[in-house]
Design a protein around this ligand. Sequence first.
Ligand code: FAD
Length: 444
Amino acid sequence: MAQTPQDLKVAILGAGMGGLTCALALAKEGFKHIDVYENAHDLGFVGAGIQLAPNMARVLDRLGVWKAIEAEAVNITSTSVRVGASDTELAHVPLDYIHETFGYPHMTGHRSSLANGLYQGCLKHPDQIRFHFATTASDVSFGPKSSFTATPRDTPEQSYRVEVDVLLACDGIKSQTRVTMLELLKIEAGVKDTQQSAYRIMIHKDQVKDDPELLELINGNRVSRWIGEKRHIIAYPVSNNTIYNLSTTQPDTHFAAATNATYTTRGDKSAMLDVFGDFCPMVQRMLNYVPDGEVCEWKLRVHEPLPTWVHETVALVGDACHPTLPHLNQGAAQAIEDGGVIGVVLSKLPDTTPASIHKALKVYEKVRKERAYTLVELAAASGRTLHLGDGAAKEERDRQFAAFRSGKGPVPDKWADADVQKMVYGVDTTQIALDRFDELFASA
Ligand SMILES: Cc1cc2nc3c(=O)[nH]c(=O)nc-3n(C[C@H](O)[C@H](O)[C@H](O)COP(=O)(O)OP(=O)(O)OC[C@H]3O[C@@H](n4cnc5c(N)ncnc54)[C@H](O)[C@@H]3O)c2cc1C
């Protein structure tokens, strides 16, 4: 009997948001041999919040996992952009229109809730998806059959070589597959040091039970952004309003510039308080709730855009090919969009030859690349605007905020701007892949 796409052997490197979505999307399409190799012992418990935008929810809903994630999330009905030093409101933007306009509300959640929702979805397909945790993938070779070395850490098992029909490199911002692919293709596309880093903080409701102002924020439905020169803080409730999540951005002074340096580190609380020393008393109070030793700092890095995400039967997915600054809150959403599209293009393969697999992966790239890089640039531009210091550019930005308040013009915080939201939330990339596969495959 002729081989169908569903018979193909697929390896997924990395069980982050991109890898889990690819696995689930392919299982839903009936793929029978999906192996996920993850360096970590488990999904990990990354203590941070994440925005669950409608374009992400749409993919998750199609895959049958949105309801469980939504049940633990918080419905966001407005956002407020404020001056960090004075807490003066620059813009108040209602977001309750989003649900009706884009079919899903704008929500915020816990990263572990999102990852676990996807993982639980995968576990419903035990005959199709196999997870290999604590297993590092290395030495990827690209060809009609691609292969790599899998090295399990916790078992006496030796390293072994894995050969597959399709290899999806969802191995994150430090992707070694990306490095190898670029070397092979003689493409120079470096890692860009954004000179920014982020503290990620979670405050539990019981910590602030005697603080009515913070209790109101935790119990509320608002995303707040406090901005200042070269810095800002974005904050919102998650986990059914039991946790208040703060994510900061500030100049990076603590990480070595080396590409392979660790991207996260335990931060120093007093250094964090110093960075935001001129922000208003309420922000100071929030930062002070963080227990000593629980400050986590992330280096923010991005890559230069790549001319291609695909070589032979290998495709880069998620942060491996389009890492972004977090200012548009779209990194994971974009990795999840990738996964939805991968599910479509591989299931629509007209045959299972390596040439067709390559072409189908190129269709994925065509549907996703321009959009992903547009959003990467938009996030960077939004950061530049939010972080302006005194001068003509800031005066112009604040004039735009004032115009927005009187109903004339866009809000300078791109994330909150209705036209940007239409472009980000109103596009269904899975549907585009479904509608345009034949045409794009023919020209790939
Ligand atoms: C401060 C901050 C705030 C953010 N806020 C948001 C937000 O609000 N909304 C949003 O949508 N996004 C947000 N993001 C972005 C989002 O977290 C990432 O874009 C997203 O997690 C990328 O998913 P991924 O699957 O591509 O990579 P990852 O989630 O990084 O997963 C990669 C996986 O691959 C594994 N791996 C790596 N190498 C190997 C190997 N050799 N072998 C086996 N396994 C390997 C890793 O262990 C990891 O589990 C934020 C990011 C930051 C830094």
